[in-house]
Design a protein around this ligand. Structure first.
Ligand code: CA
Length: 695
């Protein structure tokens, strides 16, 4: 309650002797009853439908939607957060795990909390230093910081209540996901399976920050003592027999970095489990075994972490096919019977409908072009694989790639239309077995040939590839198992989705627009420029009888960083929280002029051996932040046009770590000086190629 309402309330008390009490802190009752005007949990409700029952803004009046207010973000990195709204306050997270509370009606800042994440930790983040949002419970705001701290803040003033270290920050784990709170336990996982870690989910007491239970998703070293974790029994009985080789030396993977959902009636918590570490099944598990619980949806008891059931989408995964994508719970009528279902469109390209009581597979239907499998056997629940897709004999261009047919960008389910709205991707990528794989502690360990996955050398082919990559908004009918409508967007990298009772679907785009469609037909009704590519999902809320739609604009994240050059991003990156309502006419300030590129690159070695060595080293060490094959990404500096390309400044930054405080670590501990110089030579060869190719 804000000050003016308190004053009105006090006056009312004097006159009438009665007053509306201030609402109780967010708890199970409030999240489950889900007042239409609030957005109290990541997916709004525990079923994570991302459906707003508000209907003041509709397909009839949306032309009047305009900018009510905006709030500028501080860090020039990706903005992936879903804002939460409770009691008139909107809570967002910014890059580097910063939390900001604002008046949800006016945008006036209330408090800000910066956990001061050491910038070197950014090196451990495969997919940008993003954060996908907070959780609310019992008067606290919970944020998972990139360096592994789970922090409880006082919702009133942002003061720290407690901090728990969810992992050793020296390990290459990072938190980017939003916590959820179920029955007073704060649930949080982490990422890091590209580097070599063993994944787990932890539950902490919301009041005290004490660890309540932990569930490891993959077995550890079988000769080591048991973990004493909730997962001990099921890992020994079910998972261990599905692993081979010496996976524990590489971590095994299975990080729980994003999706969760909860059914209070069944008391089942559903978690999405990530890819193997390394990706390549041949290296990770001697090419044998399903490797439970990689790429699985696992159902647990929320109070104890006890295993109940699992469904594995991709046995023996070898493509970074995580099942961490958004999980939606709904009741659907299938063949005349109402079923409690769980729906997911994971990276592997099949849309799954499971019975969420038992974990039984009801359907699995291809929702994007794929070539790694031809279907899913509904009796066994297993995919029918194309054996060549395991890229052991020779490289293969695989669909979907590690970006997935759908990634973390949330979907939405509208109970009125019965449709699931999916931001899809069609980005084939080449995979090849890494015959020379050597585990590099603390660095990317994928087990795939880094030169095979690289873009082709010639610029014309690269440009042709860009025009072939797609990103669509699909309305999927989960009962009829087919697409209801589709909007073809300018390319891949578009944002998450919101749907509302006003027959609307909202989505931001890679090419810097915020767009609304009719939920039943897909007809475009409204759009506005955002001055930045949008990757986050919008929300909707209501205050004093007015409905608002809010979205974080901020280009960044994995696809943007690694392959941003292949997306339709405009290069404009004015990062903000944007909030719209009917009848508003706010305008964004004129965007700043484009950055002028440094003209002519300096001299460097240009013999084929140095350039090839430099290219491999670039792909192995630099692409995660500076773009595949040095193509840049409109987020972090495009090294091809960097003033740091001069030999001395290059060495001081890349080897010595002169820009460590900005998150650019020095590579002294990983590389020799000659390696760093070979990377410089390769980058300069790419500069010359780009300059020679013309616009
Ligand atoms: Ca991954």
């Amino acid at each position: 309650m804000n000050r003016s309402r308190l004053v009105i309330c006090a006056a009312t008390m004097l006159l009438l002797g009665a007053c509306t009490k201030s609402p109780p802190p967010v708890d199970a009752t409030r999240i489950e009853s889900a007042a239409p005007g609030e957005w109290l949990s990541h997916g709004r409700t525990y079923d994570e439908q991302r459906y707003s029952p508000l209907e003041r803004i509709t397909d009839k009046n949306i032309a009047q939607l305009g900018l009510a207010w905006s709030f500028d973000l501080a860090a020039p990195r990706g903005a992936e957060a879903t804002p939460l709204v409770a009691d008139g306050v909107i809570y967002i997270t910014e890059p580097w795990s910063v939390v900001q509370a604002l008046d949800a009606k006016t945008g006036k800042p209330i408090w800000r909390y910066d956990p001061q994440v050491p910038r070197e930790k950014g090196y451990d983040a495969c997919c940008d230093v993003v954060n996908r949002g907070v959780a609310l419970w019992g008067g606290s705001v919970f944020v998972g910081a990139l360096d592994g701290r789970l922090i409880a803040l006082d919702a009133k003033d942002g003061k720290v209540r407690w901090t728990a270290e969810t992992f050793d920050p020296a390990t290459p784990r990072t938190i980017t996901g939003a916590p959820r709170v179920v029955k007073g336990k704060v649930l949080i996982g982490h990422g890091g399976a590209e580097y070599g870690v063993r994944g787990y989910l932890s539950a902490y007491d919301a009041e005290t920050g004490t660890l309540a239970w932990r569930f490891y998703t993959v077995p550890g070293d079988p000769s080591a003592p048991a973990d004493g974790a909730a997962s001990d029994k099921v890992l020994a009985e079910k998972a261990l027999p599905t692993w081979n080789g010496e996976w524990w030396k590489y971590g095994g993977g299975g990080t729980v970095w994003d999706s969760m959902a909860y059914d209070p009636e069944l008391d089942l918590l559903y978690i999405g489990v990530g890819n193997g570490s390394p990706w390549n099944h041949q290296i990770r598990s001697a090419g044998k075994g399903d490797n439970l619980f990689l790429s699985s949806i696992v159902a647990l008891r929320s109070e104890t972490g006890e295993y109940v059931w699992h469904y594995q989408t991709t046995p023996g995964e070898s493509w970074d096919y995580t099942a961490t994508q958004h999980i939606i719970l709904a009741d659907l009528t299938i063949a005349g019977v109402t079923r409690k279902v769980l729906m997911q469109a994971p990276k592997n390209g099949f849309f799954y409908v499971l019975d969420r009581t038992t974990g039984d597979l009801l359907s699995a239907t291809q929702y994007v072009p794929i070539n790694w499998a031809t279907g899913v056997d509904l009796k066994t629940g297993r995919p029918i694989e194309n054996p060549e897709a395991r890229y052991l004999e020779k490289p293969m261009l695989v669909k979907p790639s590690y970006y997935g047919g759908h990634n973390w960008q949330p979907m939405a389910f509208n109970p009125k239309t019965g449709l699931v709205y999916i931001p899809t991707l069609d980005i084939p990528m080449a995979y090849g077995h890494d015959a020379n794989f050597k585990f590099r502690p603390g660095q990317m360990n994928l087990g795939i040939d880094l030169l095979v996955v690289a873009l082709p050398d010639d610029v014309a082919t690269r440009r042709a590839i860009k025009s072939m990559l797609k990103g669509d908004l699909i309305a999927w009918d989960p009962v009829r198992r087919k697409q209801a409508w589709r909007v073809a967007l300018a390319g891949p990298g578009n944002g998450g989705v919101l749907t509302t009772a006003g027959n609307l679907v909202f989505e931001g785009t890679a090419d810097a627009r915020f767009v609304a469609y009719r939920a039943d037909t897909g007809e475009k009704l409204w759009e506005t420029p955002t001055q930045s590519g949008v990757v986050a999902a919008p929300i909707s809320y209501e205050i004093d009888g007015e409905q608002y739609v809010a979205v974080m604009a901020g280009w960044g994240g994995a696809l943007s960083l690694v392959s941003g050059a292949l997306t339709p991003n405009t290069g404009m990156n004015n990062r903000r929280l944007l909030v719209y309502k009917l009848g508003a006419h706010g305008a964004l300030p004129a965007p700043p002029a484009a950055i002028v590129r440094h003209p002519e690159p300096p001299q460097a070695a240009d013999d084929a051996a140095t350039l090839l060595r430099g290219k491999w080293l670039f792909q192995a060490n630099c692409l995660g932040c500076h773009g595949d094959s040095a193509q840049g990404n409109n987020v972090l500096p495009d090294l091809r046009f960097s003033p740091m390309l001069q030999p001395a400044s290059w060495k001081s930054v890349v080897f010595d770590g002169a820009l460590k405080a900005n998150g650019m670590i020095g590579f002294e501990k990983f590389l020799a000086e000659a390696d760093v110089e070979a990377i410089r030579a390769y980058v300069i060869s790419e500069t010359r190629k780009e300059l020679g190719a013309g616009p």
